[in-house]
Design a protein around this ligand. Sequence first.
Ligand code: ATP
Length: 239
Amino acid sequence: MNILETTGLTKIYGGISANTDVDFTLTKGKITALIGPNGAGKSTFVGMVSGRIDATRGKVMFDGQDISHLPAHKRIQLGIAYTFQITSVFEGLSVHENVALAARRTFKGDHAVFAKCVTDALTRVGLEDRASQIAGDLSYGHQRLLEIAMGLVQNPKVFILDEPTQGLAEAEIANFITLIQSLAGETTILLIEHNMKVVMEAADYITVLDQGSVLASGTPTEISNNKAVQAAYLGKSDA
Ligand code: ATP
């Protein structure tokens, strides 16, 4: 079953097309990676899915509802969480306060449940022992985990992770793969990722964008055997 589906999604900037007629689906409970060379249109695409960028034309269906014209905050309320490419943590606040702030965006319930949700999200990413630390004092890797906790606490139906492993050390990347695999099933993950090892290990499905259009979609095996993908991307990748 598809939880999210785009049809003909297009963004034109001053005559230049960043995305052209992108048909894309997210299978419920699975990890789908979106890959492609720099400038392929990945950020523009997720911007249109999350509502931060207005589409020139095309449609976004989410959980049976046409959300094409909803603003970003409405899409968050419906269950689309997004972590930014550039870290969006409030550095002067504690780890716990950061997650609590994120939780307030969607939470409707009493205080005890709220506190438990915040603690659960921190536990999930392994930051429970650092709850009272100032976020800005965390290592870069831990800040990225905090960002994931800030998304998770919103209990998203779709969780968009934009280059989550950028700047992480090898050991942190291995832990990250384990973490997102443990989240799939409960939520649906859209992963924008340059690290091909992460993509091949973690993703159930891959969509390749090239020059703003879908070049191929399939399983990791299908994508790594696809000649057009090899020519356009994998051969040139830094993986
Ligand atoms: P990267 O991996 O480098 O982040 P990307 O695949 O996310 O790249 P986009 O950032 O979506 O690619 O860019 C797609 C194309 O659209 C590029 O040619 C880019 O220059 C262009 N573009 C993106 N944003 C704008 C904008 N605000 N105004 C004009 N052109 C833009």
